[in-house]
Design a protein around this ligand. Structure first.
Ligand code: IPD
Ligand code: CA
Length: 265
């Protein structure tokens, strides 16, 4: 039987809270355990501990589900439910004691995200969404920006870790910056998308996001009324994620697509 998305969200919220507590307790003295795509793409022991806890708790509750986690969790399930997990989004912020980091857990049913939570304990924020039921922050329904002029829009974005990708992203940024109110680079894609959901930034774009960066927070932004899409309005993915009010999507996509891109820069 297909589980109710609200029940999946309840489980995700509980597990994310437990992982957030683990990360808060483990932050003191944390250091880099390994690097991934570049010397600055770091993973700490806490990323791994958080993922292990999340996977254990989810599978205790729902043993036949699948999982996909940034730190390597990958399991085919038989229930039709798959959990997409970023155990610590904003790892570099976490290392530097900047408060913009979060646990992100989404539930997919038959390949479609139906529920998601982003828990940012150092901010005291827990964003949630269920497909068709809106996006919420502490009991308040979220509505994305109503901005209609790109020149007045606050734009969040992020960068990958590889130098070559960053060079291309800097070129895109140089084109965007004169055309918007200002830019914010906060260091957590999940939080960027949740802030867009609440209208604290007007638009967000980034290339190179992975499913775990996007799954929960993309649903939250979409359920807050924003358009979440990729290149030329295709589904958001590694090539591009844009979250923006409908009135700004076309102009922003056109601006981002003005110059040829090399892969997913
Ligand atoms: C990163 C953050 C960052 C974004 C990168 C992500 P991580 O995730 O979300 O804001 O710009 O693209 O990889 O490595 O901290 O989980
Ligand atoms: Ca991460």
């Amino acid at each position: 039987m297909t589980p109710a998305p609200q029940d999946l969200l309840t489980l995700a919220v509980d597990v994310a809270a437990e992982a957030a507590e683990l990360l808060m307790q483990g932050q003191s003295g944390v250091t880099t355990a390994a690097t991934k795509s570049s010397p600055t793409d770091v993973v700490t022991a806490m990323d791994r501990a958080s993922e292990a806890l999340i996977v254990q708790r989810l599978l205790e509750a729902r043993p036949t589900d699948g999982v996909l986690g940034e730190e390597g969790a990958a399991r085919e399930g038989s229930s039709g439910v798959r959990w997409v997990i970023d155990p610590l989004d904003g790892t570099v912020n976490y290392l530097y004691r900047l408060p913009l980091w979060a646990v992100s857990i989404a539930a997919e049913v038959d390949g479609r995200v139906v529920a998601g939570v982003v828990h940012a304990p150092a901010l005291g924020e827990v964003w949630t969404a269920v497909h068709g039921e809106g996006a919420w922050l502490h009991g308040e329904r979220l509505h994305g920006s109503q901005q209609t002029e790109l020149a007045q829009a606050m734009c969040a974005t992020g960068f990958g870790y590889e130098a070559s990708r960053r060079t291309r992203q800097a070129a895109v940024l140089a084109r965007v910056l004169p055309r918007v109110r200002d830019i914010r680079r906060l260091g957590s894609a999940a939080i960027d998308l949740c802030l867009a959901a609440g209208g604290l930034v007007d638009v967000y774009y980034e290339r190179g996001l992975h499913p775990w960066d996007l799954a929960a927070a993309g649903l939250i932004a979409e359920q807050a009324g924003l358009t979440v899409c990729g290149l030329d309005g295709t589904p958001a993915g590694i090539d591009l994620v844009v979250a923006a009010p409908l009135a700004l999507v076309g102009e922003l996509l056109a601006l981002l697509g003005e110059e040829p891109r090399a892969d997913s820069d």
